[in-house]
Write a protein that binds this ligand. Structure first.
Ligand SMILES: *Cc1c(COP(=O)(O)O)cnc(C)c1O
Length: 395
């Protein structure tokens, strides 16, 4: 059974005839193997989190990324929430958050009662600007603020600059929490994304590098931290039969059936990464011939290439990234700008932020291109034909 290729027709944004095979940015890559793992889990007859699937998924993922412990949760957002609680984020504390990220990163900080302080990114990678971080940590210390964590995000699967970042945070006595929601399977100097901080998280949302259709994981080498997170994830129920609670807990555990789906996906992770990398290389070759364009965060052999984003300098190209997006939409191809920076979001507009303008510029000039491993060869050809046609009209 092939679940990938049967989608209802959608109307292109520019009007015109409906496209019968729309190309999405990062569709789930789920097929027969996942079906067999799910069926086996259902037939196994254990549907509580203490059944075999969830524990096995946690051990297999921990082994894959070479970390001591993993905890399977219902989403990457839940994982961020518990990771932040585990390092002491809460009312009266500050957490440094990259402004160029998906809202879940900042929202999880807000759930804890801590205050997010936004930090701009490097123009070349979209990752947190380490020079600016050094300055910000100094200013927060001078102001007597208690910084519970620096939250790093490995944008599009490229790891942040940990060689510079980790010593800086260690010197300031601030733990690093790594949001590797986009970076499962990536490496930096041979070490796996998600394992650089005191605690890290992954997302298995439907558009991530591998998916459980909804899910996440907290990873750490600290068994006490994981035990505490596990306790909070299961309603903070004390180990006695009569339902005793000393803390306000959460219902955040990953479903055992979805853990089975995750186990199947994990066996295919390297294959899925290889397909995304091949797509990235093809985009790089194409845009290398177009002056005024570049691929964000290029030249990193460790990246899982979760998304490929092209950055367009309209002064040099004579066209805006949004024009390319409109052209591709006419071919039924989905593209999107990178995330609108958090300091621009109405909900976070009044927060403190250390800015250079780099994230604003990336938001205005970038376009994320179809990058998923489930894209068929035919869909990939349509994407490249659409881009080539757009460029030819402007030469
Ligand atoms: C996807 C994502 C999340 C949230 O993960 P969910 O599983 O959707 O809750 C958090 N941070 C980043 C950077 C993400 O890309």
């Amino acid at each position: 059974m092939d679940l990938i290729h049967h989608r209802p027709p959608v109307a292109p944004r520019s009007g015109g005839p409906a496209v019968t095979d729309p190309v999405f940015l990062s569709p789930p890559d789920i097929g027969e193997l996942e079906e067999s793992y799910l069926l086996r889990a259902i037939r196994g007859g254990r549907f509580d989190p203490d059944g075999p699937e969830l524990g096995a998924f946690e051990r297999e993922l921990a082994a894959r990324v070479e970390v001591g412990y993993a905890l399977g949760l219902s989403s990457g957002t839940a994982a961020l929430h518990l990771a932040l609680l585990a390092v002491g984020a809460g009312p009266g504390t500050v957490v440094v958050v990259p402004t160029l990220t998906f809202a879940a990163t900042a929202n999880a900080v807000t759930y804890t009662g801590a205050e997010p302080v936004f930090l701009d990114c490097e123009a070349s990678t979209g990752n947190l600007d380490v020079d600016l971080l050094s300055d910000l940590l100094g200013r927060l210390a001078d102001a007597g603020r208690r910084v519970a964590a620096v939250l790093t995000v490995d944008i599009n699967g490229r790891c942040a600059d940990y060689d510079r970042l980790l010593p800086l945070c260690a010197a300031a006595g601030v733990p690093v929490v790594e949001d590797a929601a986009q970076a499962l399977g990536s490496t930096y100097r041979g070490r796996c994304a998600g394992t650089f901080g005191r605690v890290g998280i992954y997302s298995f949302s439907h558009n991530k590098i591998m998916t459980t259709t909804g899910g996440g994981m907290v990873v750490s080498d600290d068994p006490a931290l994981i035990a505490r997170a596990r306790h909070l994830a299961t309603q903070a129920r004390e180990p006695v039969p009569h339902y005793e609670h000393r803390d306000v807990g959460y219902n955040y555990r990953l479903s055992t059936l979805l853990a089975a789906l995750g186990r199947a996906q994990l066996t295919r992770l390297d294959t899925m990464i290889a397909r995304r990398r091949a797509l990235r290389e093809r985009y790089e070759r194409l845009f290398a011939t177009v002056p005024g364009t570049r691929i964000l965060g290029t030249g990193d052999p460790g990246s899982n290439c979760w998304l490929t984003s092209v950055v367009v300098d309209p002064e040099r190209t004579g066209w805006q990234a949004s024009r390319l997006a409109e052209h591709l939409a006419g071919h039924g191809v989905e593209c999107r700008p990178m995330w609108k920076p958090m300091h621009r979001q109405p909900v976070y507009a009044d927060r403190q932020a250390a800015l250079t303008g780099a994230a604003d510029l990336l938001f205005a000039t970038s376009l994320s291109l179809p990058s998923g491993s489930a894209l068929t060869d035919d869909q990939v050809e349509r994407v490249f034909a659409g881009i080539t046609e757009f460029l030819a009209e402007r030469r």
